[in-house]
Design a binder for this molecule. Structure first.
Ligand SMILES: [Zn+2]
Length: 147
């Protein structure tokens, strides 16, 4: 079981089921006490005494947070294109907003620029956070294994 942070003497009853994979051996699964789903990892939220699966606690796998990064990137690219900027690679400098495209209403333009700035700063901090998480010398995951 994966335990986050400090949890004083915690016990949970988990039902374990096993399946026999095609290639032999045996695969063990937990049964999520919250939804009854079969899962390989259960989580204990910091301020809770009830474990649950990833879906119940709406946690995201790392790959999914990476795909949210991709979603931000897509939005940024779209906004930049609508603002007539050719690519999504040059950073939007706070003091030099892109020119207002011909025929675009000023309020719409201001709204787009604002949205772009917000998305870009979120994107930048997500990138920094992921770099921080993967910095060398850091244990990959705080985990205690207890069957
Ligand atoms: Zn669940």
């Amino acid at each position: 079981m994966r335990v986050w942070g400090y949890s004083p003497s915690f016990t949970a009853q988990l039902r374990v089921r096993s399946t026999e994979p095609f290639l032999g051996g045996r695969r063990f699964w937990f049964t999520c006490p919250r939804c009854g789903r079969r899962c390989r990892v259960v989580y204990l939220p910091p301020a809770s005494t009830r474990v649950g699966c990833r879906l119940c606690l709406s946690l995201r796998y790392q790959s999914q947070s990476r795909s949210s990064l991709a979603q931000y990137w897509r939005t940024i690219t779209q906004l930049r294109r609508r603002l007539g900027m050719r690519d999504a690679y040059t950073p939007c400098h706070p003091f030099s907003s892109p020119f207002r495209p011909r025929g675009m209403h000023y309020r719409r333009y201001a709204r787009l620029v604002h949205k772009l700035e917000v998305k870009e700063s979120i994107y930048a901090s997500l990138v920094q956070w992921q770099a921080y998480r993967r910095r060398p010398g850091r244990p990959a995951k705080r985990r205690t294994d207890a069957r």
